[in-house]
Design a protein around this ligand. Structure first.
Ligand code: FE
Length: 233
Protein backbone atom coordinates (compact mmCIF):
# COMPACT_ATOMS: atom_id res chain seq x y z
CA UNK A 1 0.00 0.00 0.00
CA UNK A 2 1.19 3.52 -0.77
CA UNK A 3 -0.14 5.95 1.87
CA UNK A 4 0.78 8.86 -0.41
CA UNK A 5 -2.37 8.16 -2.41
CA UNK A 6 -4.32 9.53 0.56
CA UNK A 7 -2.78 12.97 0.02
CA UNK A 8 -4.81 13.08 -3.21
CA UNK A 9 -8.18 12.99 -1.48
CA UNK A 10 -9.67 16.50 -1.30
CA UNK A 11 -11.17 18.12 1.80
CA UNK A 12 -12.19 21.44 3.26
CA UNK A 13 -11.34 23.13 6.56
CA UNK A 14 -14.07 23.49 9.17
CA UNK A 15 -14.73 24.21 12.81
CA UNK A 16 -17.03 21.57 14.29
CA UNK A 17 -18.62 22.79 17.52
CA UNK A 18 -21.04 21.50 20.10
CA UNK A 19 -22.13 22.03 23.69
CA UNK A 20 -22.84 20.19 26.91
CA UNK A 21 -24.89 22.01 29.52
CA UNK A 22 -23.46 25.54 29.54
CA UNK A 23 -20.02 24.49 28.21
CA UNK A 24 -18.99 25.08 24.61
CA UNK A 25 -16.29 23.40 22.61
CA UNK A 26 -15.10 23.26 19.03
CA UNK A 27 -12.33 21.72 16.96
CA UNK A 28 -10.88 21.84 13.49
CA UNK A 29 -12.07 19.10 11.15
CA UNK A 30 -11.50 18.37 7.49
CA UNK A 31 -13.88 15.41 7.19
CA UNK A 32 -17.21 17.17 6.66
CA UNK A 33 -19.47 16.05 3.83
CA UNK A 34 -22.96 16.52 2.52
CA UNK A 35 -24.46 13.04 2.30
CA UNK A 36 -27.99 13.73 1.02
CA UNK A 37 -29.99 16.78 -0.08
CA UNK A 38 -33.59 15.89 0.86
CA UNK A 39 -33.37 16.26 3.77
CA UNK A 40 -29.88 17.76 3.96
CA UNK A 41 -27.73 15.27 5.84
CA UNK A 42 -24.14 16.06 6.83
CA UNK A 43 -21.52 13.50 7.84
CA UNK A 44 -18.54 14.28 10.09
CA UNK A 45 -15.75 12.11 11.55
CA UNK A 46 -14.64 12.96 15.10
CA UNK A 47 -11.93 11.36 17.24
CA UNK A 48 -13.35 9.68 20.34
CA UNK A 49 -10.65 11.29 22.51
CA UNK A 50 -11.81 14.80 21.63
CA UNK A 51 -14.00 16.82 23.96
CA UNK A 52 -16.16 17.77 20.98
CA UNK A 53 -16.98 14.06 20.59
CA UNK A 54 -18.20 13.95 24.19
CA UNK A 55 -20.28 17.10 23.66
CA UNK A 56 -21.90 15.90 20.42
CA UNK A 57 -22.72 12.58 22.04
CA UNK A 58 -24.37 14.43 24.94
CA UNK A 59 -26.28 17.16 23.07
CA UNK A 60 -26.91 15.28 19.78
CA UNK A 61 -26.16 18.54 17.99
CA UNK A 62 -23.21 19.94 16.12
CA UNK A 63 -22.44 23.02 14.09
CA UNK A 64 -20.06 23.45 11.18
CA UNK A 65 -18.36 26.81 10.62
CA UNK A 66 -16.68 26.99 7.22
CA UNK A 67 -13.22 28.57 7.38
CA UNK A 68 -12.35 31.26 4.83
CA UNK A 69 -9.13 30.95 2.84
CA UNK A 70 -7.61 33.90 4.69
CA UNK A 71 -8.23 32.48 8.18
CA UNK A 72 -4.98 32.90 10.17
CA UNK A 73 -3.06 29.90 11.51
CA UNK A 74 -3.43 31.23 15.04
CA UNK A 75 -7.23 30.66 14.89
CA UNK A 76 -6.75 27.17 13.43
CA UNK A 77 -4.09 26.46 16.06
CA UNK A 78 -6.28 27.62 18.93
CA UNK A 79 -9.15 25.39 17.86
CA UNK A 80 -7.17 22.50 16.38
CA UNK A 81 -4.09 22.02 18.53
CA UNK A 82 -5.41 22.86 21.98
CA UNK A 83 -7.83 20.93 24.15
CA UNK A 84 -11.03 22.35 25.52
CA UNK A 85 -10.47 20.26 28.66
CA UNK A 86 -7.95 22.75 30.00
CA UNK A 87 -8.95 26.03 28.39
CA UNK A 88 -11.94 27.82 26.92
CA UNK A 89 -11.33 27.63 23.18
CA UNK A 90 -13.96 30.27 22.49
CA UNK A 91 -12.29 32.89 24.65
CA UNK A 92 -11.43 35.83 22.38
CA UNK A 93 -13.19 34.18 19.42
CA UNK A 94 -16.19 35.96 17.86
CA UNK A 95 -19.17 33.60 17.83
CA UNK A 96 -22.92 33.41 18.24
CA UNK A 97 -25.11 30.79 19.90
CA UNK A 98 -27.53 29.10 17.51
CA UNK A 99 -31.09 28.00 18.34
CA UNK A 100 -29.89 24.54 19.36
CA UNK A 101 -27.26 25.88 21.77
CA UNK A 102 -24.28 25.19 19.48
CA UNK A 103 -21.81 28.01 18.93
CA UNK A 104 -21.03 29.18 15.39
CA UNK A 105 -17.74 30.96 14.76
CA UNK A 106 -18.28 34.28 13.00
CA UNK A 107 -14.70 35.45 12.39
CA UNK A 108 -12.71 34.23 9.39
CA UNK A 109 -15.63 32.00 8.39
CA UNK A 110 -17.88 32.28 5.35
CA UNK A 111 -20.90 30.69 6.99
CA UNK A 112 -22.22 27.97 9.20
CA UNK A 113 -24.78 25.22 9.50
CA UNK A 114 -26.17 23.34 12.46
CA UNK A 115 -27.39 19.75 12.51
CA UNK A 116 -29.21 17.30 14.75
CA UNK A 117 -27.61 13.86 15.02
CA UNK A 118 -29.73 11.19 13.33
CA UNK A 119 -27.18 8.38 13.21
CA UNK A 120 -23.69 7.30 14.28
CA UNK A 121 -21.16 4.78 13.01
CA UNK A 122 -18.42 3.47 15.29
CA UNK A 123 -15.20 3.49 13.27
CA UNK A 124 -12.71 2.49 15.98
CA UNK A 125 -10.69 5.60 16.78
CA UNK A 126 -13.42 7.85 15.36
CA UNK A 127 -17.19 8.11 15.25
CA UNK A 128 -18.97 9.19 12.10
CA UNK A 129 -21.92 11.35 13.08
CA UNK A 130 -24.74 11.89 10.60
CA UNK A 131 -26.74 15.05 11.20
CA UNK A 132 -29.83 16.55 9.62
CA UNK A 133 -29.36 20.25 8.90
CA UNK A 134 -31.65 22.48 10.99
CA UNK A 135 -30.21 25.96 10.49
CA UNK A 136 -27.68 27.58 8.15
CA UNK A 137 -26.39 30.98 7.10
CA UNK A 138 -23.89 32.49 4.67
CA UNK A 139 -22.08 35.33 6.45
CA UNK A 140 -19.41 36.35 3.94
CA UNK A 141 -18.78 36.01 0.22
CA UNK A 142 -15.25 34.62 0.24
CA UNK A 143 -13.40 31.50 -0.82
CA UNK A 144 -13.59 28.56 1.57
CA UNK A 145 -10.23 27.16 2.68
CA UNK A 146 -9.39 23.75 1.27
CA UNK A 147 -7.26 21.24 3.15
CA UNK A 148 -4.70 21.43 0.34
CA UNK A 149 -4.49 25.23 0.64
CA UNK A 150 -4.00 24.88 4.40
CA UNK A 151 -1.02 22.58 3.85
CA UNK A 152 0.53 24.09 0.73
CA UNK A 153 -0.01 27.82 1.26
CA UNK A 154 -0.63 28.24 4.99
CA UNK A 155 2.00 25.58 5.79
CA UNK A 156 -0.33 24.05 8.36
CA UNK A 157 0.15 20.63 9.94
CA UNK A 158 -2.10 17.74 10.93
CA UNK A 159 -2.58 16.65 14.56
CA UNK A 160 -2.23 12.94 15.32
CA UNK A 161 -5.92 12.77 16.30
CA UNK A 162 -7.14 13.80 12.82
CA UNK A 163 -8.81 11.14 10.65
CA UNK A 164 -6.37 11.91 7.84
CA UNK A 165 -3.15 11.96 9.89
CA UNK A 166 -0.32 10.06 8.18
CA UNK A 167 2.64 9.15 10.33
CA UNK A 168 5.26 9.95 7.69
CA UNK A 169 4.26 13.60 7.77
CA UNK A 170 5.95 14.00 11.12
CA UNK A 171 9.26 12.61 9.91
CA UNK A 172 9.88 14.56 6.70
CA UNK A 173 13.28 16.25 6.63
CA UNK A 174 14.23 19.02 4.27
CA UNK A 175 17.48 20.83 3.68
CA UNK A 176 17.91 24.36 2.30
CA UNK A 177 20.24 27.32 2.27
CA UNK A 178 18.42 28.81 5.29
CA UNK A 179 17.70 26.38 8.11
CA UNK A 180 14.13 25.37 8.76
CA UNK A 181 12.95 24.78 12.30
CA UNK A 182 10.24 22.38 13.38
CA UNK A 183 7.88 22.91 16.31
CA UNK A 184 8.33 19.94 18.63
CA UNK A 185 4.74 20.30 19.83
CA UNK A 186 2.74 20.34 16.59
CA UNK A 187 5.32 19.73 13.82
CA UNK A 188 4.74 23.10 12.16
CA UNK A 189 7.84 23.98 10.17
CA UNK A 190 9.15 27.54 10.16
CA UNK A 191 10.52 28.11 6.67
CA UNK A 192 12.66 31.27 6.54
CA UNK A 193 11.99 31.58 2.82
CA UNK A 194 8.31 32.14 3.64
CA UNK A 195 8.59 33.71 7.12
CA UNK A 196 5.37 34.14 9.09
CA UNK A 197 3.62 37.09 7.43
CA UNK A 198 0.52 36.70 9.67
CA UNK A 199 2.75 37.56 12.64
CA UNK A 200 4.77 40.28 10.88
CA UNK A 201 7.83 38.09 10.22
CA UNK A 202 8.79 38.87 6.65
CA UNK A 203 9.98 36.33 4.09
CA UNK A 204 13.73 35.75 4.31
CA UNK A 205 13.97 36.15 8.11
CA UNK A 206 16.28 33.48 9.60
CA UNK A 207 14.80 31.68 12.59
CA UNK A 208 17.50 33.10 14.85
CA UNK A 209 16.38 36.66 14.04
CA UNK A 210 12.70 36.18 14.88
CA UNK A 211 11.80 38.10 18.09
CA UNK A 212 11.77 35.93 21.23
CA UNK A 213 8.13 36.87 21.77
CA UNK A 214 7.15 35.06 18.56
CA UNK A 215 5.14 31.88 19.04
CA UNK A 216 4.30 28.93 16.83
CA UNK A 217 1.43 30.13 14.61
CA UNK A 218 -0.26 26.73 14.82
CA UNK A 219 -0.07 25.73 18.49
CA UNK A 220 1.30 28.74 20.34
CA UNK A 221 4.52 27.05 21.54
CA UNK A 222 7.50 29.34 22.15
CA UNK A 223 10.71 29.62 20.11
CA UNK A 224 12.48 27.36 22.60
CA UNK A 225 10.21 24.51 21.55
CA UNK A 226 11.56 24.61 18.00
CA UNK A 227 14.25 22.22 16.84
CA UNK A 228 16.52 22.63 13.85
CA UNK A 229 15.47 20.36 11.00
CA UNK A 230 19.00 19.00 10.99
CA UNK A 231 18.54 17.50 14.45
CA UNK A 232 16.66 14.35 15.30
CA UNK A 233 13.42 15.06 17.19
FE1 FE B 1 3.48 24.33 17.15
Amino acid sequence: MDPNILHNLSYGMYIVSSFKGSSLNGQIANTVFQITSQPVTIGISINKQNLTHEFITASRRFSISILAEDAPLILIGRLGFKTGRTEDKFKNVKYSILGSGCPAVLENCIGYLEAEVVGTLDCGSHTVFLGQMQESKVIALAKPMTYDYYHQVKRGTTPATAPTYIKEEASKKQAGPLKKYRCSVCNYVYDPVIGDPDAGVTAGTPFEQIPDTWVCPVCGAGKKDFVSEGLRL
